[in-house]
Design a protein around this ligand. Structure first.
Ligand code: SRM
Ligand code: SF4
Length: 576
C-alpha cells in the first residue's frame, strides 16, 4: 500500500442498499435457488432481482404490453434477458448453432442481439427455462458469469482478426484479464448447473461486497479504437515493437453515463497512467480493481464508478495507490494514435492467409426479418464455416478464418440472406443505437426501433447536399445511461421522453472528445432540420477532409468539452 490512509479517502455516510444485499447474499447466492421453484410469479423478489444480475441476467417485461396486462389485472409478463460472457467476442460455429436453437425454441422474441460490448443477449426467457438456458450454454462452453452487476464485465478486445501477431496476443490477454478478475464464488455453478455446494470464504480481488459499481475493461489495438476506450474504467492499449506485443499503455476512469439535470454526473474520458511491460498486466488489472473497490463511493451509486473516484481522490493519488499495490512504476506512455473507430466491412486477408468477412448487422439484431432472413443466413453459414465468429463492439459480426476455397460460398450465403448488401451506405454503417423499447425498463425514448428510418433521413440529407458517400458517427441512446455510446458520437441523441431527445454535437470520429449539448428535448424532425442546416454548412465550409464533429467545433457551433468534470454542464460554454 502507498502511504495514503484508505479510510480518509472513503465516502462516509449511510451505505447504499445494494451494499447490504451484497453483504447478506452469501457470495451472490441469496435465495435465488429457492425462488426459482416458485412458479406462482414469473419474477424475482427484492434482493434476488438484483442478485441474478451478477449471474448475467436482468429481469424485464415487455413495455409494449405492460399497460394492457395491468388493465387485465395480470402481473407484467416477466422474463429475463441473458448476457453471455465472451471475452474479445469470439464464438465458434457450433456454439452459434446452439444459441440459435435456444433463441428459436425458448425465447419470446426469437432473436440473438449483438451488444455494444462484444457479446450477445437473449431477450424474453421465462423463469421456467432459466436453468435449461444455463445448462445449454454450459454444455457449449459458454457462461454468463459477471456480465452484469458490480463486477468486472465482459472484457473487450479490438476485433480485427489476425492482421498481425499482435491481434492474437492481445486477444489472449483479454481472456486472461477476464479470468483473473472473475468472481471466485461457486454460486453460479451451484444455482444454475446443479454444481457441488462449496463454501466460499473470500473474494481475493473483488472483495466480499464486490465492487461499488459496474466495472469495464478493454484491450485496444491502435490505430483502431473500435472498443471505445473512453467508455471504460480500465483500458490496455497494445504497444508493439517489431510486430511483437511488448506491453500496454494503461488508461483508467472512462465512462459515459449521466443523469439528466444532475451536474454531479457526467461522461468522462479515461486518464493515461502510463506504460507497463506485459508481465505486469494482471497485477495492474487487479490493482486498479482493488483500488476502486476500496476507494469507490459505496454511499451514492450515482457517483460510484471509477471515473468519479478519480475526480474525488485525484488521479495522481489513485495512480500512486495502483503502483504501490502492483509493485510497479508506470513508465511514460509510449506513442500511439487512434485514427479509426468503425469496423472494417467486407473481406480482409489475415497474416495467416485466411480471409475474414465483416458483416454490418443493423442494431446487432439477428432475426429473420421480412425479406432479410438474417438468422437463417447465419445458421446456414455456421453449418459450414470452419473458422470462428467475432462479435464487434459496434454490434457487428466478423466471419473469421475462412479458407480461400470457401470464400465464395460464404459470401453467397451472406448475400442471399441480407447479411451482405453493397447498397448499405457509409452513414448506416456509422450509426448505432441501444436496445431501449420494448425490453429496457430504463428507456425514456425509442432508440433501436427509430434508428433505421432516422438514418434513412440522414442519408437523404447527405444526398441532397451532394455527398451521399459521406458519413457522420451518429448514435442514439434511449436514456442518459448511454449504452449506445452517444456520448462519444459526432451526433448523439439521448432520450428525454417519448419522441424527445437531447441533441449532442462535437465528438470526434476516433472517439477522443465528448460531445456537448446543442438543443434539449426536441423531436426527431427538429433534429433532422438542425442536421440538414449543419450538414449543408459543413459540406460548403469544411477544411479539406474535415470531419463533421471537428467542423462544428472549429466553426464555433459548439464549444468543445475539454475537462468534462468541470465543463460538460457549463451552459456558458454553449454558443448562443
Ligand atoms: Fe447498458 C443498463 C443494455 C452497454 C451504461 N444497459 C442497461 C440495461 C441492463 C437496463 C437495466 O439496467 O435494466 C439495458 C438492457 C436493455 C435490454 O433490454 O437489452 C442495457 N448496455 C446495454 C446494451 C445491450 C446496449 C446495446 O444496445 O448493445 C449493451 C450491453 C453491453 C454488454 O454486452 O455488456 C450496453 N451500457 C452499455 C454502455 C456502452 C459500453 O459499455 O461500451 C454503457 C455506457 C458506458 C458506461 O458504462 O459508462 C452502458 N447501462 C449503462 C448504465 C449506466 C451506468 C452508470 O455508470 O451509471 C446502465 C444503468 C445502470 O447501471 O444503473 C445500463
Ligand atoms: Fe436502456 Fe438507457 Fe441503456 Fe438504452 S441507454 S439500453 S434506454 S439503459
Amino acid at each position: 500500500m502507498s502511504d495514503i490512509n484508505i479510510e480518509d479517502l472513503q465516502v462516509q455516510g449511510k451505505l447504499a442498499d445494494n451494499e447490504r444485499l451484497k453483504r447478506e447474499s452469501n457470495f451472490l447466492r441469496g435465495t435465488i435457488a429457492e425462488e426459482l421453484n416458485d412458479q406462482i410469479t414469473g419474477g424475482f423478489s427484492a434482493d434476488n432481482f438484483q442478485l441474478i444480475r451478477f449471474h448475467g441476467m436482468y429481469q424485464q417485461d415487455d413495455r409494449d404490453i405492460r399497460a394492457e396486462r395491468a388493465k387485465q389485472k395480470l402481473e407484467p409478463l416477466h422474463t429475463v434477458m441473458l448476457r453471455a460472457r465472451l471475452p474479445g467476442g469470439i464464438i465458434q460455429p457450433k456454439q452459434w448453432l446452439g444459441i440459435d436453437q435456444f433463441a428459436e425454441d425458448k425465447t419470446i422474441y426469437g432473436s440473438i442481439r449483438l451488444t455494444t460490448r462484444q457479446t450477445f443477449q437473449f431477450h424474453g426467457v421465462l423463469k421456467r427455462n432459466m436453468k435449461l438456458m444455463h445448462q445449454t450454454l454450459n454444455d457449449m462452453g459458454i457462461d454468463s458469469i459477471a456480465t452484469a452487476g458490480d463486477v468486472n464485465r465482459n472484457v473487450l478486445c479490438t476485433s480485427n482478426p489476425i492482421e498481425s501477431e499482435v491481434h492474437a496476443e492481445a486477444y489472449q490477454w483479454a481472456t486472461k484479464i477476464s479470468k483473473h478478475l472473475l468472481p471466485k464464488t461457486n454460486a453460479y455453478a451451484e444455482i444454475w448447473l446443479n454444481g457441488e455446494k462449496a463454501v466460499t470464504t473470500e473474494e481475493p480481488i473483488l472483495g466480499s461486497t464486490y465492487l461499488p459499481r459496474k466495472f469495464k475493461t478493454t484491450v485496444a489495438i491502435p490505430p483502431l479504437n473500435d472498443v471505445d476506450v473512453h467508455a471504460n474504467d480500465l483500458n490496455f492499449i497494445a504497444i508493439a515493437e517489431g510486430g511483437k506485443l511488448i506491453g500496454f499503455n494503461v488508461l483508467v476512469g472512462g465512462g459515459l453515463a449521466m443523469t439528466h439535470g444532475d451536474t454531479a454526473t457526467y461522461p468522462r474520458k479515461a486518464t493515461d497512467f502510463g506504460f507497463i511491460p506485459l508481465e505486469a498486466t494482471l497485477d495492474v488489472a487487479a490493482a486498479v480493481v482493488t483500488t476502486q473497490r476500496d476507494l469507490g463511493n459505496r454511499v451514492n451509486r450515482k457517483n460510484a464508478k471509477t471515473k468519479y473516484t478519480l475526480e474525488r481522490v485525484g488521479a495522481d493519488v489513485f495512480k500512486a495507490e495502483v503502483e504501490s499495490r502492483a509493485s510497479i512504476k508506470f513508465e511514460d506512455s509510449r506513442p500511439y494514435e487512434f485514427t479509426e473507430r468503425g469496423d472494417r466491412f467486407g473481406w480482409v486477408e489475415g497474416i495467416d492467409g485466411k480471409h475474414h468477412l465483416t458483416l454490418f448487422i443493423e442494431n446487432g439484431r439477428i432475426l429473420d426479418f421480412p425479406n432479410k432472413p438474417l438468422k437463417t443466413g447465419m445458421r446456414k453459414i455456421a453449418e459450414i464455416h470452419q473458422g470462428d465468429f467475432r462479435m464487434t463492439a459496434n454490434q457487428n459480426l466478423v466471419i473469421a478464418g475462412v479458407p480461400a476455397e470457401q470464400k465464395d460460398v460464404i459470401e453467397q450465403l451472406a448475400r442471399e440472406h441480407g447479411l451482405l448488401d453493397d447498397d448499405t451506405s457509409n452513414q448506416r454503417k456509422s450509426s448505432m443505437a441501444c436496445v431501449a423499447f420494448p425490453t429496457c425498463p430504463l428507456a425514456m425514448a425509442e432508440a433501436e426501433r427509430m434508428l433505421p428510418s432516422f438514418v434513412t433521413d440522414i442519408e437523404g440529407i447527405l444526398a441532397k447536399h451532394g455527398a451521399p458517400e459521406e458519413s457522420i458517427i451518429t448514435r442514439v441512446t434511449g436514456c442518459p445511461n448511454g449504452c449506445g455510446r452517444a456520448m462519444l458520437a459526432e451526433i448523439g441523441l439521448v432520450g428525454k421522453g417519448p419522441g424527445k431527445y437531447n441533441l449532442y454535437l462535437g465528438g470526434t470520429h476516433n472517439g477522443e472528445r465528448i460531445p456537448r449539448l446543442h438543443k434539449e428535448n426536441i423531436s426527431d424532425s427538429e433534429i433532422l432540420s438542425i442536421i440538414d442546416e449543419l450538414v449543408g454548412r459543413w459540406l460548403q465550409e469544411r477544411d479539406g477532409a474535415e470531419r463533421f464533429g471537428d467542423f462544428v467545433v472549429r466553426s464555433g457551433i459548439i464549444a468543445p468539452v475539454v475537462d468534462s468534470a468541470k465543463d460538460f454542464h457549463d451552459v456558458g460554454a454553449i454558443p448562443a
